[in-house]
Design a protein around this ligand. Structure first.
Ligand SMILES: Cc1ncc(C[n+]2csc(CCOP(=O)(O)OP(=O)(O)O)c2C)c(N)n1
Ligand code: SF4
Length: 285
């Protein structure tokens, strides 16, 4: 029997604000899993702390809600322990690019085979509206009452220079686009980053659905070449009257797991424990 949206619903009470872009992310992730025909028992979702982090409360797959900023180390460990699993990481822009930033280029250069979905609302949501690393210069928030003095982190150029092999951006107001991008990210062999423009309707009154609707343009309708790194980098810097969405860059490269001979015989969890550990265990007695 094929999977339905209801099968992926945990039944937990949803506490996101009405209209939050997170609803669309949750819905399209479910749609992507259904359309890909994935078995939920073979999927693991890891989330950080923030409004985005509740995704793992609402999505009925194997889940791990980790501490703030640590989605990538946890997801990497899961992938190494059982690389047969489909691993999805859900992070906020604060989670991913402030406290979790140290992990990001390493996951990218290693090409950990997972999809990293950033709920990019350009603000801290859960802690009620402070500036985040992706807040654009001039954004007025609780912590920047005269406007943020700093240029924002660009998740796409960071992904490209870090070595991510799939780099995309989509918009929570474009459900079909988001589903298609997510499906490609989930099936990509390697580190796939999806920066989702996710309106926070409560605390970010600048980067709203209307703001994005007026600006987003689909790369796939503009003849963009996904294999052209320089074109991807150039388009990734556009943020003004035009904000490109779509798949910026794709590259095939061996994954992190490919580099471990111990994994060639199948996932670690399925391999018999062939070593005699009694000497080691004795040391802990
Ligand atoms: C180690 C640690 N530092 C700080 C916090 C406080 N904190 C919780 S969520 C958050 C940021 C939330 O913003 P973001 O990651 O963008 O997620 P959003 O809520 O917008 O989805 C912070 C700073 C924490 N929980 N743990
Ligand atoms: S505070 Fe913002 S990000 Fe958090 S649930 Fe509300 S609208 Fe969504």
């Amino acid at each position: 029997m094929s999977l339905t949206m209801k099968d992926l619903d945990t039944g937990a009470t949803n506490t996101w604000c009405p209209g939050c872009g997170n609803f669309a992310i949750l819905m399209t992730v479910k749609q992507a899993l259904i359309q890909l025909g994935l078995n939920p028992s073979q999927v693991v979702a890891v989330s950080g702390i923030g409004c985005h982090g509740k995704t793992t409360d609402y999505l009925k797959v194997n889940t791990f809600h980790v501490i703030h900023g640590r989605v990538l180390p946890a997801a990497t460990a899961i992938k190494l322990a059982n690389h047969g699993l489909t691993v999805l990481g859900f992070a906020g822009d604060g989670d991913a690019f402030n406290i979790g930033m140290g992990h990001f280029p390493h996951a990218a250069r290693r090409n950990v085979n997972m999809a990293y979905i950033v709920h990019d609302n350009l603000i801290y949501g859960l802690t009620t509206g402070q500036a985040s690393p992706t807040s654009r210069q001039g954004l007025v928030t609780k912590t920047t009452p005269r406007g943020s003095a700093e240029p924002g982190v660009n998740p796409l150029t960071q992904s490209l220079t870090g070595g991510a092999t799939f780099v995309a951006r989509t918009f929570a107001g474009e459900a079909k686009h988001m589903t298609e991008v997510l499906k490609r990210a989930i099936t990509h062999r390697g580190f796939a980053v999806v920066d989702v423009l996710q309106p926070c309707v409560t605390f970010n009154r600048v980067n709203t659905y209307e703001f994005y609707k007026q600006r987003v343009r689909k790369l796939e309708e503009e003849g963009h070449d996904e294999g052209d790194f320089e074109a991807a980098y150039r388009r990734a810097q556009e943020w003004g009257d035009v904000i490109p969405i779509g798949v910026f860059y794709v590259e095939e490269r061996p994954t992190y797991e490919d580099g471990f001979p111990a994994l060639a015989g199948g996932p670690l969890v399925g391999q018999p424990l062939s070593r005699d550990l009694s000497g080691l265990m004795a040391e802990f007695k």
